[in-house]
Every structure is written in C-alpha cells, then in structure tokens.
Design a protein around this ligand. Structure first.
Ligand SMILES: NC(=O)c1ccc[n+]([C@@H]2O[C@H](COP(=O)([O-])OP(=O)(O)OC[C@H]3O[C@@H](n4cnc5c(N)ncnc54)[C@H](O)[C@@H]3O)[C@@H](O)[C@H]2O)c1
Length: 327
C-alpha cells in the first residue's frame, strides 16, 4: 500500500460514523441510507415494514456497511451508534389512519425510545417532523415560529398531535438532559420509492395517469401545495445533522415553489402522455388549503436551497413508477 492509500484509509476510518436510521426501509429512509452509505458511514436500518418494504433496500443489503434489523420502535432498542435519524412513522393519511392508536404510539413511544437510546449512548438525534404540525395554517408561508392550527380530535390528529408531542419530547430531553437534538419540519416530498397506493397526491396522480385511470382531484383543485424532490430533502437532512450543536431547529425543509393541485394533475398528464381525465371528489376532513414553507432559516443555517424543479423531479418519479408498474 503506498502512502496516499494509507492516508485515505486513515481519514475514512475517522470520519466513519455508526448511524441508526429508523424507518429506513420507507420512502425517505431508504434514500437516506443510500446517501449515508455513499458518504462512507456504517448504517443500521431499523424498520417494522408497516409501510416500508424490502425492495427499497434490496440494492444495499449486500453492502458490508449496511445492516437491517426488523424492529418496532415503540419498543426500546439497545444498540451502539453515534447519530440517529428518527423517521419511523407512517406518513400518508391512508396509512396513518389505518391504526391511529399505533400511529400516535409510534410517534410518542418511538420518540421516547430513540431519545432514551441517544441519552444512554450520547448520540446526536434528528427527528423527522412535519409541516402537518402547522395544521390548517393561518400564516402563509409558514415560519418555524408559527405554533399552528391543529384540530386535536380530528382524523388527522393521531399524526399531527403525535408529531407535535414528539417535538415536545425532543426539546424537553434537550433542556433536561442536554441531548444534542435536531428537528426537521419536512414539507411534501416526492420521488422514487414512494408507496404506489398511499393516497399522496404525486404518487396517486402518476399511478392513475400511467394506468389511464381518471385522476382524482379533491375539491376544485385550487388548494396549493409545494413539492420537494427527495434528493434535495435528504441533502438538507444530512446538512442539518451536521450543523453545530447549538443549532437544534425546528427548521422547515421543503421547496417553496407553489402549485395548485389541479396544475400538478395537468403537468403529470402532460409528462406521462396520458389520456386520463380529471375528476373531482369532496375534500377530506381537515385537508389544509395552503401549504408552503418559509425556508429562510434553512438557507441561513444549512446553506441549503432546493435545486431540483418540479418538472425534472416529476420526470424521475414517473420513470420509477413506469418501471414499477411494468414489473
Ligand atoms: N414524505 C413526506 O412528504 C414527509 C413529509 C413530512 C414528514 N415526513 C416524515 O418523514 C418520515 C418518513 O416518511 P416517508 O414518507 O418515508 O414514509 P414511509 O411510510 O415511506 O416511511 C416510514 C417508515 O417507517 C416504518 N415504520 C412505521 N412505523 C414503525 C414502527 N413502529 N417501528 C419501526 N418502523 C416503523 C415504515 O415501515 C416505513 O418504512 C416520517 O416520520 C414522516 O412523518 C415525510
């Protein structure tokens, strides 16, 4: 081995961390595992396969730096790690309303378990929180200082209030036990590995368009959403984890470009070349009318802005679902 090789090995060893990703077999988690492995880290992916699946991590199962553990995070976990990304939680209304009590348990007991683990092993811990903690917002675009407008007893509360309580726990562990925490408030994200039947607007429209089925728009479609491509989101999460210890967030991560749901449907029909018609159905309960992040804080503290526009991201996502449907 020549001198340069020795230096390289040495540097890699010192920079390699043992990183736990809960929910690592899900949509975002699987991309995060890819990213962390590519950065040379040792990744432990924990998932109970409630909404995630083996296909999302199949390509990394043979990687010597990757390990998978089937485990439900509502139960304690004893492992030695340096950093923890806590993503385990069903994220789409269809999935989180399937067993709402389990959804709240996953957010709340799950947070207690990962925070307990972080306390024991002195790990840094990042929570995948959500724009849903703002509920149906009275402020637009939403800034981190906004406390939100959430119905505590509605159908979405198991998710929204569960995530709000998880944020409370993160900040109390930080104040009381001096844990190093990071809280990311994630806005609508899309891309390959999304669940095809999760009812989320991008995946639903793409699958309907590719199958030539009617595209179901709730309400008149004038409600707005902002859509962040997954690669941008993961880049921001990793940057957040690596900010100085005195920066905890919460920090909004998302793409502020705003589109109406109807515009999204029309874009998807155009990009897929589909002959699908748009049909309208009643708005679900507590569906927010507007959702757009103010990302001033992310720009300042993470030096991050999203780079991938909607058209480019949709093309990549459509290519994934086209291949998926043909399988
Ligand atoms: N995708 C988005 O647009 C978005 C937006 C805001 C917040 N988030 C948050 O990001 C995280 C990941 O979301 P996603 O879109 O990848 O969803 P996902 O459903 O694809 O992934 C969640 C993963 O967690 C696993 N899981 C669920 N309950 C578990 C439990 N009790 N124990 C262990 N594993 C469990 C699931 O099997 C799945 O693999 C979630 O916490 C979600 O709330 C996502």
């Amino acid at each position: 081995m020549d001198h340069t090789q020795v230096k390289q090995t040495h540097r890699t060893y010192h920079h390699q961390k043992r990183i736990l990703v809960t929910g690592g077999a899900g949509f975002l988690g699987s991309h995060l595992c890819d990213h962390l492995l590519a950065d040379g880290h040792d990744v432990l992916c924990v998932d109970n396969f409630f909404t995630g699946n083996k296909q999302n991590i199949r390509h990394i199962l043979q990687n010597a730096n990757f390990e998978f553990l089937r485990h439900d995070i509502t139960f304690p976990l004893y492992v030695e790690v340096d950093d923890i990304y806590n993503l385990a939680c069903p994220a789409s209304p269809i999935h989180y309303q399937f067993d709402p009590v389990q959804t709240t348990k996953t957010s709340v007991h799950g947070a207690i378990n990962v925070l307990g683990l972080a306390k024991r092993v002195k790990a840094k811990v990042l929570q995948a929180s959500t724009s849903e903690i703002y509920g149906d917002p009275h402020q637009h675009p939403q800034q981190e200082a906004y406390w939100g407008n959430v119905n505590p007893i509605g159908l979405r509360a198991c998710y929204d209030e569960g995530k709000r309580c998880a944020e409370t726990l993160f900040f109390d562990y930080h104040r009381q036990h001096h844990l190093r925490i990071k809280v990311a408030r994630i806005f609508n994200t899309y891309g390959p590995h999304m669940h095809p039947n999760d009812g989320r607007v991008v995946s639903s429209f793409i699958v309907q368009a590719l199958k030539g089925e009617p595209i179901t728009v709730f309400g008149d479609g004038s409600q707005s959403r902002s859509f962040c491509y997954v690669d941008d989101l993961i880049d921001a999460m990793v940057k957040l984890m690596n900010t100085p210890d005195d920066f905890t967030g919460p920090v909004n991560i998302g793409n502020p470009d705003e589109y109406s749901v109807l515009e999204l449907a029309r874009n998807i029909i155009r990009l897929t070349g589909s002959k699908s018609q748009i049909i309208h159905k009643p708005l679900p309960e507590d569906d927010p009318l507007k959702r757009k992040p103010d990302i001033t804080m992310a720009k300042k503290h993470l030096g991050w802005t999203p780079k991938i526009g909607l058209e480019e991201g949709l093309e990549k996502t459509i290519a994934y679902f086209r291949a998926f449907i043909q399988k």
